[in-house]
Design a protein around this ligand. Structure first.
Ligand code: HEM
Ligand code: NAG
Ligand code: NAG
Ligand code: NAG
Length: 328
């Protein structure tokens, strides 16, 4: 009788051994310095391409675009560069693509890498390196990026719809979409700080300006002056879909401003503002707003976790694409 009691304990012990082994195996497929022998200057080539893109074009906003590309890549089919594939019904063609930008920078880096070391460096790794380089160039803290990702061959707009969190979602909806990818509520709060940089189209938040279920149609959780300002940028019947900076104070600076703006009710999306509706998330928002030293390091850690989502192996279809836009 007593022995029988051990069975479930033993089974769960075995299960945890297996789980730990799987975790070790999946993290073992990425390593810092992976290209050291395969293509020694791979990271340098990406860094140069990225640097000249944001200084050359004078468009530092491209930098924000590249950080976002890595996020979109990893949330759909894992970090496999599926976001870069051209064609009908790919992720790019789905509505969450709004303003995805920076594709040409990846093309440039890739063609330089193909001349330096043909067929060696994956598009998915280029995205991960570029996101890191941009964080640094915009004023964040440097971090080592484990690499060895492989590229996929499929990209689907319906999967982009299914897995990319919408700006209209509230904290609990966004939390569950992060959980599907193995990321916690804390990871979500920390990563959302990326909204310190870049821009948004009016259509991503105009639900909060004109059609909220409130007497004046404005989301009552938005600061009144901020709402009035946004209405001048995004007129109700203005036509087109203008863009506004996420962070009007320091639009191209990778800092903790985002958290101060959340606290001040001056952020664009429902997904940003409703962080305050969850006690744990609100506490981390408050903490991060006061931690210009700690937050960038927490951000980097969370980026590494995001950058390790569902990594492909060659056994399950991973490859190194020659052209990041084509499934070759
Ligand atoms: C938490 C859930 C998230 C939602 C709902 C969300 C949604 C959005 C939306 C709607 C835009 C503006 C698109 C447009 O209208 O042009 C945007 C921009 C951006 N997002 Fe997020 N995002 C989320 C998380 C993240 C994460 C985890 C990162 C990176 C770590 C990120 C980085 C960015 C950046 C840098 C931009 C600016 C892009 C540019 O200027 O081109 N976002 N996001
Ligand atoms: C983004 O999606 C829209 C449909 O919502 C589509 O018209 C547009 O062409 C897509 N952008 C890209 C770069 O494919
Ligand atoms: C960031 O760190 C990596 C190594 O981890 C290094 O290759 C790269 O040059 C650094 N970037 C900057 C801008 O210092
Ligand atoms: C925010 O953090 C500060 C100190 O870091 C603390 O004094 C304050 O009580 C916190 N506010 C909330 C609402 O948690």
């Amino acid at each position: 009788m007593r022995r029988a009691n051990y069975k479930p304990i033993f089974a769960s012990f075995l299960l945890s051994v297996v789980t730990i082994q799987c975790m070790l195996q999946s993290s073992a497929s990425l390593s810092v310095g992976y290209y050291k022998s395969k293509c020694p200057n791979a990271e340098g080539i990406v860094a140069d391409a990225v640097r000249s893109a944001i200084t050359g074009s004078g468009d530092r906003g491209i930098g924000a675009g590249l950080i976002r590309l890595h996020f979109h890549d990893c949330f759909v089919r894992g970090c496999d560069a599926s976001v870069l594939l051209d064609g009908p019904n790919t992720e790019k063609t789905a509505p969450p693509n709004l303003s995805l930008r920076g594709f040409e920078v990846i093309d440039t880096a890739k063609s330089q890498l193909e001349s330096a070391c043909p067929g060696k460096v994956s598009c998915a790794d280029i995205l991960a390196f570029a996101a890191r380089d941009l964080v640094v160039l915009l004023g964040g803290v440097n971090y080592s990026v484990p690499s060895g990702r492989l590229d996929g061959s499929t990209s689907s707009s319906s999967e982009a719809m299914q897995f990319l969190p919408p700006p209209f979602g509230d904290v609990s909806q966004i939390q569950s979409m992060f959980a599907v990818k193995g990321l916690t509520l804390d990871d979500m709060v920390i990563l959302s700080g990326a909204h310190a940089v870049g821009r948004s189209h009016c259509s991503s938040f105009s639900n909060r300006l004109y059609s909220w279920n409130s007497p004046d149609g404005v989301d009552p959780s938005m600061d009144k002056n901020f709402a009035a300002y946004l209405k001048t940028k995004c007129p109700k019947n203005g036509g087109g879909d203008p863009v506004v900076d996420m962070n009007v104070v320091t639009p191209n600076k990778f800092n903790t401003r985002y958290y101060k703006l959340v606290k001040a009710h001056k952020v664009l999306f429902t997904s940003d503002q409703t962080l305050l509706n969850n006690a744990q998330a609100a506490a981390l928002v408050n903490q991060s707003s006061n931690q210009p030293y700690t937050w960038p390091r927490s951000f980097n850690k969370a980026m590494l976790k995001m950058g390790a989502i569902e990594i492909l192996t060659s056994a399950n279809g991973g490859r190194i694409r020659k052209n990041c836009r084509v499934a070759n």
